[in-house]
Design a protein around this ligand. Structure first.
Ligand code: SAM
Length: 210
């Protein structure tokens, strides 16, 4: 994972899209605790988080499905999965997540939402509507603070002008997403002030009827 992290930083100007090593360690901790049989990841980038899921779930032989839209990142992820021999359990589905999710079947025990921020509400709604989350399953949604912009456009004076419009728009979308999570009677959710904001979502009634 360290080698892939260094490689990604050396190759891509937007490498801050990749999870941090501390996030990677947290993912591995959670996966080894929760013991998911199937993991769905929305937003693959260079495959760093998929590698974390893979590393933590060897004994369980967990099946990992990851969705990616950008041809450049699809190529980078395929390089990762080939180079580090992850294809035994990782499946990369190419294309927009909004099209890929409705084609998925069965239950996922752990879902990591980490793609375009204006898509989170649609992705989580589709996952819940289609009962893709297992009864005891957990959805993790990354970057809910949008570098602070979800809270206020004044929240982060250090945010560079170059990326400010991007994160401001994301902040608005994620504010709508937070309201959606709070209002949906099917789920409990909690927004943890860790990393760039991490929301945890589970079925409210333990998934009865899922
Ligand atoms: N999960 C990765 C990690 O932890 O290293 C980082 C993912 S990065 C934040 C978001 C990725 O989502 C990008 O590679 C981007 O191309 C992809 N993406 C953006 N919009 C998407 C969409 N509509 N469908 C699928 N992937 C998308």
């Amino acid at each position: 994972m360290n080698e892939l992290w260094d490689w990604t930083c050396s190759q891509f100007e937007d490498a801050d899209k990749m999870s941090s090593p501390l996030q990677g360690a947290t993912m591995k901790f959670l996966a080894s605790l929760l013991k998911p049989k199937r993991i769905l990841e929305i937003g693959c980038y260079t495959g760093y988080s998929a590698m974390a899921w893979h590393e933590a779930t060897g004994p369980l032989q967990t099946e990992i499905t990851t969705l990616e839209l950008d041809p450049k990142m699809i190529a980078a992820s395929r390089r990762t999965f080939d180079k580090y021999h992850l294809n035994d359990r990782v499946t990369l589905i190419e294309g927009p997540a909004g099209d890929s999710i409705p084609r998925l079947t069965g239950h996922f025990d752990l879902v990591f939402v980490d793609a375009n921020k204006d898509g989170y509400q649609d992705y989580v709604a589709k996952i819940l509507d289609r009962r893709l989350l297992s009864p005891g399953g957990l959805i993790l949604c990354d970057n809910i603070f949008a570098r602070g912009m979800t809270i206020s456009t004044d929240a982060n004076p250090q945010l560079p002008d170059k990326v400010r419009p991007y994160w401001t728009a994301n902040g608005k979308a994620l504010d709508r997403f937070n309201r959606f999570c709070k209002a949906d009677p099917r789920v409990d959710s909690v927004l943890l002030p860790v990393f760039d904001g991490l929301t945890l979502i589970k079925w409210k009634d333990g998934g009865a009827g899922v």
